[in-house]
Design a binder for this molecule. Structure first.
Ligand SMILES: [Zn+2]
Length: 97
């Protein structure tokens, strides 16, 4: 059965990995079909904090001493400093190569 999209609609945000954007859209509650787009917002998830914690845990599991653990954590925190200054299309196309 084809939906006529007369059911209520809800606002949904969808992350577009290829363009590094959050798309704010309107979808039909009956079938889930996208019926419109309100806005696009540049957005890239920032997992740096969690990555640093994982790097620290990994360093501890490897038996590194405290100064080495601190260096690993610091390196993970700063590994992509400046990334926000790179236009989204440049970084996504570079990652695809
Ligand atoms: Zn529908």
């Amino acid at each position: 059965m084809v939906c006529d999209h007369t059911a209520p609609h809800s606002g949904v945000s969808r992350y577009e990995r290829t363009t590094a954007e959050l798309r704010l859209t309107l979808v039909c509650d009956n079938c889930g079909a996208e019926q419109g787009e309100f806005a696009r917002i540049e957005y890239r998830p920032n997992a740096r904090r969690f990555s640093a914690q994982l790097a620290e845990l990994t360093a501890r599991q490897l038996g590194l001493d405290e100064s080495q653990v601190a260096r690993v954590r610091f390196a993970m925190l700063i590994c992509d400093v400046g990334r926000e200054k790179i236009p989204p299309r440049s970084s996504t196309s570079a990652a695809a190569e």
